[in-house]
Design a protein around this ligand. Structure first.
Ligand code: OGA
Ligand code: MN
Length: 300
């Protein structure tokens, strides 16, 4: 196994390891440690079928299941992230499945709309864009760094705020999509999460946490006031320099920490190019912890 750090201030590339083979306890421990320290790992030159990827993902915890039947492959633990059907047909840009991919083009973390959002995601490149194509990368941003560099006044203002996250917001962005099903509405109601998030593996280090594909409302604020603060936060992330843009090669498996990084897909010509990924997701185990849970911050 060979490790190399990636540009930007987080992330590591690992090559010369075959994740489809059975891994030793030492190898797993080592990967877990690297994940804790770097939050994003790019594994190069993999050759994984669905079961290999599920098995590797299970080393990190329980898998998240997708209630949305239209996003999954055979198992509801593997997401089909593609502008191509499971059978291999390239879909037009207007197709619902392709529009769902566009929801990923806004900064987000996976399943932020759940009460317990996901811990980590693993995305595997099956069909990737050719070198000459523009776009198609996945971009990540380090939200510890974004938080550290906020103005003090803004840090203070954000300290006690929560954002409302809801699955249905994706449909508002693209009104041509079919409405959410009764099952989805019932099972994924809106939830609020602290905007300052403490990282359990980093001694409760603070990061900024919001998403741009699951709402723009801030709990307790008037709608316009919340939306305007939210769009200010989006601008800050947009212009931050703590980013890493992953240009995919076939066989890359990228694993990231949803607890401190945001990510988004970079737009590309969807009618011209095929893009096929498989995603597995490690479920979170606890609700998001905000600064209000720190005893020293509680005043009577
Ligand atoms: C996802 C996602 C990014 C991409 O599958 O959760 O955000 O580049 N994908 O497709
Ligand atoms: Mn995502």
């Amino acid at each position: 196994m060979i490790c190399k750090s990636l540009p930007g201030c987080f992330g590591i590339e690992i090559s010369k390891i075959d994740l489809s083979s059975s891994l030793s306890n030492d190898e797993i421990t080592n990967i877990k440690k690297l994940f804790q320290d770097f939050h994003l790992i790019v594994f190069k030159e993999q050759n994984l079928n669905d079961d290999d990827q599920l098995k590797f993902t299970e080393y990190f915890g329980e898998l998240e299941e997708f209630p949305e039947a239209d996003k999954t492959k055979e198992s509801n633990k593997t997401y089909h992230v593609a502008n191509v059907t499971v059978e291999g047909k390239h879909l037009k840009e207007e197709d619902d499945q392709v529009i769902f991919q566009k929801v990923n083009q806004r900064w987000h973390t996976d399943s932020s709309y759940r009460f317990i959002p996901s811990y980590a995601s693993l995305l595997y490149g099956i069909e990737v864009l050719p070198d000459e194509a523009r776009g198609g990368e996945t971009e990540f941003v380090n939200m510890f760094k974004v938080y550290e560099n906020l103005e003090d006044d803004l840090k203070t203002k954000l300290e006690s705020l929560h954002m409302v996250h809801y699955y249905e917001y994706g449909r508002r962005m693209f009104p041509n999509l079919p409405p959410v099903s009764a099952f989805e509405r019932e099972n994924i109601p809106p939830v609020s999460h602290p905007i300052i998030r403490l990282h359990p593996d980093r001694n409760n280090k603070r990061s900024l946490f919001f998403t741009a594909n699951a709402g723009n409302e801030i709990g307790g604020m008037k709608q316009e006031e919340g939306a305007s603060l939210h769009s200010h936060l989006v601008d800050i992330v947009e212009n931050s320099s703590f980013q890493y843009k992953h240009r995919w090669e076939k066989g890359d498996l990228v694993m990231w920490d949803n607890r401190c990084l945001l990510h988004r897909a970079i737009p590309y010509d969807m009618n011209k190019y095929r893009r096929v990924f498989r995603r597995t997701t490690v479920a979170g185990s606890t609700a998001i912890k905000g600064p209000f849970l720190n005893p020293e911050n509680i005043r009577n």
